[in-house]
Design a protein around this ligand. Structure first.
Ligand code: NDP
Ligand code: 2IT
Length: 446
């Protein structure tokens, strides 16, 4: 880092207590050094200083009442990071680990991801330290309603359009949408990931996982002349992204042998039975070790990090940030893994990424490879605006095109700046350019 190192130092001083945010900023600024060299106008206009500071950060109290009648208090967040190219757009995460650093890193990454989709969406993220595990439907509903009572003041179909993320799926979106509609007295596309009966887009549930596989298919064929066909795949997570990544990888001819949740992982050498996983995780909301009831031959081990010791060709981390570290990366490489595609946001530590790049793996950073979810959210916004619904074929075809284009644009940017096949550099530069030019055009006070 040269010119941008100073800007990073300022961020470190100001946000020293936000490690995940600093990690995300550092990677982006390092990638953008050649852009700063080539386009001095971005430095002169303070684009880099501005892009690392959210336009607005909202933190609020979320009081709710549990089934025992006791008052509970959680903390809610919405970070409206950048609206240069469209309304703020990004998910809401409910998980006990949520804090400002995590929401800021996610919101920051979202700026570049949304730009890469080619759709007019700015970047934002929200969430709460609320833990949905073990809560009744009634508790989830009351929490979501209280969360939305405050959030509704800050969002709108042309202002900020939240969606799901960890711990927020169709059930939570439904409860939040119901409360928004009541407060605003409007039926608008203010959230995406809605149910199909009230304005949701067909294909949104599958979009992140399917999109990841579409992206990897294109990247693996272009860079290595290889594909999912006949490959052994390990997928971390057993949530929305992991399940539909597994489904599409299987459809494309891969054998997925392992998945996990936050308690442990299952290894099924015969190939994962996805119907069983869906039943356990989507319907019953139980733990992944229940899989052994369906397949007693499968192995279960406590803890998630061990999943990366399973031999595979392709690894798809789809659970959470920093779940795959340098040691895990070394093990994967030693075992012959040749491609890693991030379904989660920032699941690989910087050490892991360095190992993948040094060893010539196809490595796809989340802001490019998991953009299918938000891309389909963008398609949901379009359908809501024109008050029409497209078919699954139409949505899926658009998704596939978008993911292929993201790969091609990231790959071209990497090549242009002398880092052929480095999709970290490519995605950061390709995502940045559109936002930076929009900020430049809109002047300093926008
Ligand atoms: P879900 O809540 O549906 O699933 C999350 C999965 O990851 C669960 O299996 C969960 O296990 C596991 N997990 C979560 N936190 C941890 C943790 N701290 N340690 C170990 N395992 C953990 O979330 P999604 O599938 O929607 O999200 C997964 C990742 O994908 C996140 O990084 C998210 O930001 C990213 N993403 C999601 C998109 C979407 O459209 N939903 C779009 C783009 C990216 P358990 O059930 O035990 O909690
Ligand atoms: O990280 C992400 O891109 C998401 N959680 C999806 C965001 C969205 O608005 O659909």
């Amino acid at each position: 880092m040269n010119k941008l190192a100073k800007i990073y130092d300022q961020v470190v001083k100001r946000d020293s207590h936000e490690p995940e945010f600093l990690q995300a900023v550092r990677e982006v600024l390092e990638s953008l050094e050649p852009v700063a060299e080539k386009y001095p106008q971005f430095l002169e206009a303070g684009i880099f200083e501005r892009i690392v500071e959210p336009e607005r950060t909202i933190i609020f109290r979320v009081p709710w009442i549990n089934d025992k009648g006791e008052v509970q208090v959680n903390r809610g967040y919405r970070v409206q990071f950048n609206s240069a190219i469209g309304p703020y757009k990004g998910g809401i995460r409910f998980h006990p680990s949520v804090n400002l650093s995590i929401i800021k890193f996610l919101g920051f990454e979202q700026i570049f991801k949304n730009s890469l989709t080619g759709l007019p969406m700015g970047g934002g993220k929200g969430g709460s330290d609320f833990d949905p595990k073990g809560k009744s439907d009634g508790e989830i509903m009351r929490f979501c309603q209280s969360f939305m009572i405050e959030l509704s003041k800050h969002i709108g179909p042309d202002t900020d359009v939240p969606a799901g993320d960890i711990g927020v799926g169709a059930r939570e979106i439904g409860f939040m949408y119901g409360m928004y509609k009541r407060l605003a007295n409007e039926f608008t596309g203010v959230l995406t990931g809605k149910g199909l009966t009230y304005g949701g887009s067909i294909g949104r549930t599958q979009a992140t996982g399917y999109g990841l596989c579409y992206f990897m298919d294109e990247a693996m064929k272009s860079i290595k002349g290889r594909s999912f066909e006949g490959a052994t795949v390990v997928i971390s997570g057993a949530g929305n992204v992991a399940i539909y990544a597994c489904e599409k990888a299987q459809q494309l001819g891969a054998k997925v042998v392992a998945m996990c949740d936050s308690t442990g992982y299952i290894y099924d050498k015969n190939g994962i039975d996805l119907q069983a996983v869906k039943k356990i995780k989507e319907v019953e909301r139980k733990r992944i070790y229940e899989y052994q009831k369906y397949h007693p031959d499968a192995e279960y081990k406590d803890g998630c990090s061990g999943i990366w010791s399973i031999k595979c060709d392709i690894a798809l981390p789809c659970a959470t940030q920093n779940e795959l570290d340098g040691e895990a990366a070394k093990t994967l490489v030693k075992n012959g893994c040749w491609a890693v595609g991030e379904g989660a946001n920032m699941p690989c530590t910087p050490e892991a990424v360095e190992i993948f790049l040094k060893n010539g793996l196809v490595y796809a950073p989340g802001k490019a490879s998991n953009a299918g979810g938000v891309a389909c959210s963008g398609l949901e916004m379009s359908q809501n605006s024109i008050r029409l619904s497209w078919t699954l074929e139409e949505v899926d075809q658009r998704l596939r095109h978008i993911m292929t284009d993201i790969y091609r644009n990231a790959s071209a940017a990497a090549k242009e700046f002398g880092h052929e096949n480095n999709l970290v550099v490519g995605a950061n530069i390709a995502g940045f350019m559109k936002v930076a030019n929009a900020m430049l055009a809109q002047g300093v006070a926008y």
